[in-house]
Design a protein around this ligand. Structure first.
Ligand SMILES: C[S@@+](CC[C@H](N)C(=O)[O-])C[C@H]1O[C@@H](n2cnc3c(N)ncnc32)[C@H](O)[C@@H]1O
Ligand code: SF4
Length: 344
C-alpha cells in the first residue's frame, strides 16, 4: 500500500487536506488516528471519524512483529510480518535510530549478502515502510531512519522517496537523519536532489577496483568507483551533508594495501566519512570477517592519511549479522544465533 492511497481514501470520505494531515501525522507518531482532532484544529468529518477504526486496523496489519530479538548493544532486531505474510527485518538501533527494509529480497545479488541470495520477491510499499517506523515508535522514540535493511532502495525509488518525504514532514524526522543507502544508481543521483526532503546518502562502495566491484555486486549499475564518487560528491556539496561511504570489510578481499591506496586516491579532499563494517559471516559463503585488530589498524592508517574513517559493528550482530539473515533463519525453522563478539 502507498501513502497516497490512504490520502485518497480519506479525501473520498470528505477529509480536507488539514484532516488528512492530522490523521497521517497521528499514525506516523504511533498515536490513535483521531489524536488531536477537534482539540487544536477542526473536528474530523463524521464519515472520516466513523472510518477510522477500520483504517487503524488495516494500518496495523501492514506490519506486525513476528518476533523480536534484543541485542547486547541496546539494539533489537525485529522480524516484521507484512499483510501477505512476507517478512522483512527492521532493526531498532541504539540512540533512537531505526534500520528499515525497502524490498523483500533484492535483485542486485551482492555475493556476500544474504538478502540478495534469492533475488527480488517483492517491493515494500511506501505505507509499509512507514508502518515499520510506526511499529518501532510503539516501542521507543525514533529520530533517525536508515534504509540499510533488506533491499536496494534505488530499485524501489518511488515508494522509498514517498516514505522519505512523509517521514521528513508529517513524521517529524530531520532530513539529514533520513539515510538512503545504495550501491549507486543513476536514478538516485537524478531523483534525490529534486525532492523537497533531501536525505543523507550512504554509498556502498566496498572496493575501489571496478573489476572486483562488478564481480562482487553483479547486478549493480555499471558505474565505476570514480564515477560513483564524483556523483556522490556533487550531492554532498548540494545538500551540505557528507557522503557516508560503506565498506563491508572482507578478509583478503578488500582489506589490502592496494585498496587503502585506492581509498586515499578516491576520497582525499572529499566531503565524506568512510564507515568500515567488518563482515558478518553468512553460512555457506566463502567470505570471512577480518580480525578486529586488523580492521582497527586499517581504520587508523586511513585516518593518518587524511580519510575520516569510522570502524563500526553492524547493530545487533549478536542476534544475526547482515540484514536478511534473521529472516532466512526463521524461514528455515532455525533459532536465531546468539554469538558474543567484541563491540565498538
Ligand atoms: C543490506 S544493504 C541494504 C541497502 C543497499 N542495498 C546497500 O547495499 O547499500 C546495507 C549494507 O549492509 C551491508 N551488508 C550486507 N551483508 C552484510 C554482511 N553479511 N555483513 C556486513 N555487512 C553486510 C551491505 O554491504 C550494505 O552496505
Ligand atoms: S548488499 Fe544491498 S544491494 Fe547488495 S544484495 Fe544486499 S541488499 Fe541488495
Amino acid at each position: 500500500m502507498r501513502i497516497d492511497d490512504i490520502r485518497q481514501r480519506l479525501a473520498a470520505l470528505g477529509a480536507k487536506p488539514v484532516h488528512v494531515q492530522r490523521v497521517l501525522r497521528a499514525w506516523a507518531h504511533a498515536l490513535p488516528l483521531d489524536a488531536g482532532a477537534g482539540r487544536r484544529g477542526p473536528a474530523l468529518p463524521q464519515a472520516v471519524h466513523e472510518a477510522l477504526p477500520a483504517l487503524a486496523a488495516e494500518l496495523a496489519g501492514l506490519a506486525r512483529v513476528h518476533s523480536e530479538h534484543p541485542g547486547e548493544d541496546g539494539s533489537a532486531r525485529l522480524l516484521v510480518q507484512l499483510a501477505d505474510n512476507q517478512t522483512v527485518e527492521s532493526v531498532l538501533l541504539p540512540r533512537d535510530g531505526l534500520c528499515v527494509s525497502s524490498q523483500v529480497g533484492c535483485a542486485v545479488g551482492c555475493k556476500f549478502c544474504m538478502t540478495g541470495r534469492d533475488g527480488l520477491l517483492r517491493q515494500v510499499g511506501s505505507a509499509e515502510i512507514v508502518a515499520q517506523v510506526v511499529l518501532a515508535r510503539a516501542r521507543r522514540p525514533v529520530k533517525k531512519v536508515v534504509f540499510m535493511g533488506m533491499g536496494e532502495p534505488a530499485h524501489n525509488i518511488d515508494n522509498v522517496l514517498e516514505a522519505i518525504q512523509f517521514l521528513g514532514t508529517e513524521g517529524g524526522i530531520g532530513h539529514k537523519n533520513l539515510v538512503f543507502s545504495t550501491v549507486g544508481d543513476p536514478r538516485v543521483f537524478e531523483r534525490l536532489p529534486q525532492g523537497p526532503v533531501k536525505p543523507a546518502l550512504a554509498l556502498s562502495l566496498h572496493t575501489t577496483r571496478a573489476d572486483l566491484r562488478a564481480d562482487l555486486l553483479p547486478k549493480a549499475p555499471p558505474l565505476s568507483p570514480d564515477q560513483l564518487v564524483a556523483e556522490a560528491e556533487a550531492y554532498a556539496r548540494a545538500t551540505g551533508y557528507p557522503i557516508q561511504y560503506q565498506w563491508t570489510l572482507i578478509e583478503g578481499l578488500n582489506d589490502t594495501p592496494e585498496e587503502l591506496d585506492g581509498i586515499v586516491r578516491l576520497l582525499s579532499g572529499k566531503y565524506a566519512i568512510m564507515n568500515m563494517i567488518p563482515y558478518n559471516a553468512v553460512p555457506d559463503l566463502p567470505y570471512r570477517r577480518p580480525a578486529w585488530d586488523k580492521a582497527a589498524d586499517i581504520a587508523r592508517q586511513l585516518h593518518r592519511r587524511g580519510i575520516l574513517t569510522k570502524l563500526r559493528n553492524s547493530a545487533g550482530q549478536d542476534v544475526d549479522g547482515g540484514c536478511g539473515q534473521l529472516r532466512a533463519r526463521v524461514i528455515a525453522g532455525e533459532a536465531p544465533v546468539r554469538v558474543h563478539k567484541r563491540r565498538v
